[in-house]
Ligand binder design. Structure first.
Ligand SMILES: Nc1ncnc2c1ncn2[C@@H]1O[C@H](COP(=O)(O)OP(=O)(O)OP(=O)(O)O)[C@@H](O)[C@H]1O
Ligand SMILES: [Mg+2]
Length: 166
């Protein structure tokens, strides 16, 4: 069940960056975000608590699987005023292509040995996908071993009152 309310997406990105600022700073990992100007003046109907959960998991993953002095980039763009697309990109250890098809499965972790010492139960991505799908969106992952990983997800902009968005 979603509890949607008018939300400025840029604030969600800023807040997640703030929550991780201390631990990222300690490891010399930079975090940056860019937000489509459209989203700065148009709030979107989303369940912001649930989206926080998605963003926390994606940034937590980006952090866990990054080397010190790495970089994490978040972005939110708008497509044809119908969809927004949020991306979290890291320059970390990446995921072998053979594991990508199972990456959203419950409890799936790449090479349990490498994941174990970083903690985690392997549920974050499957929960993230459930939340994105509940909003009517889709989630995608792309990764290059030893280069980094990008997770992007879409959310529909549903203007419930039927008015045209700005
Ligand atoms: N950004 C990333 N870079 C490299 N590997 C990743 C990245 N994100 C996820 N993975 C791989 O996918 C696995 C599943 O991620 P997921 O977020 O579902 O679980 P977790 O982070 O291990 O545990 P949890 O999120 O439940 O604390 C991870 O264990 C890791 O092997
Ligand atoms: Mg996780």
């Amino acid at each position: 069940v979603l509890h949607k309310k008018s939300t400025y997406i840029g604030e969600l990105l800023e807040d997640v960056a703030d929550r991780f600022a201390f631990q990222l700073n300690q490891r010399g990992i930079q975090i940056a975000f860019t937000v489509d100007p459209y989203l700065k003046i148009n709030p979107i109907q989303v369940d912001s608590d649930k989206l926080d959960q998605v963003l926390d998991n994606l940034v937590s993953n980006a952090s866990k699987f990054s080397h010190d002095s790495g970089k994490i980039e978040m972005s939110a763009i708008v497509n044809q005023k119908k969809w927004i697309e949020i991306a979290v990109k890291d320059s970390g250890i990446g995921i072998p292509s053979t594991d990508l098809p199972r990456i959203f499965d419950r409890f799936f972790r790449v090479e349990k040995a490498r994941s174990r010492n970083r903690g985690g139960t392997g549920l974050g991505l499957s929960i993230s996908r459930e939340i994105v799908r509940a909003h009517g969106g889709q989630i995608f992952i792309s990764s290059e071993l030893n280069q980094g990983t990008t997770v992007r997800f879409t959310l529909p902009i549903d203007n419930q009152d039927g008015s045209e968005p700005l």
